[in-house]
Design a protein. Sequence first.
Length: 165
Amino acid sequence: MKTSYDFHASPVGTLLLAVNERGLSHLHFDKGRGSLPIRPDWIHDPSRLDPVRAKLDAYFAGELQDFDLPLAPEGTDFQLAVWNELVKIPYGETTSYGAIARTLGDITASRAVGAANGQNPIAIIVPCHRVIGSSGKLVGYGGGLPIKKFLIDLEQRHRVFALTP
C-alpha cells in the first residue's frame, strides 16, 4: 500500500502526516514520545496531504470541530476499539481512561486503555488529548503535557454551547 507523507507547521510544532489509499494513517509530533521516523517505503508527496493540512489549519483557527477525513490507523482489535471511542468524545470535553474502559465493558481495563491511547497513530484528529486522569489532572501525552493543555484550552475557548429554550 503506497503511503505518502509530508510535514505541516502548526501552533504545536511541526507535524508529520502520512496518508495511504484508505486514508490518514499517521499524524505525529516531530518531538516527544509520539514522534515517528519516516519509513523508507514512504513517498514524499505534499499534494496528497493538502486536505488534511486545510482541516488542521481550520481546527487550530477554532473554525473546525469535527474532522471529516477517512482514517486508516493500524492496531490491535483492542486499540482500534479504544481509538473508536476517542473520536466519540465531543469537542471541548474530556473523559477519563476509566470511563472509556467502562464503555468498552471492562472496568478494570483503564491501564490498557491508557496504553492504547498512548499508541494512537493519529494524534489530534483521533483526540487522545481529551483523555485525562480520573482526578481531573492532565496525564500522559505523546506530544508532551504542554501540547495536551494547549489543545484542551483551544477547544474549550472555541466550543459552541447549545442553548436550550
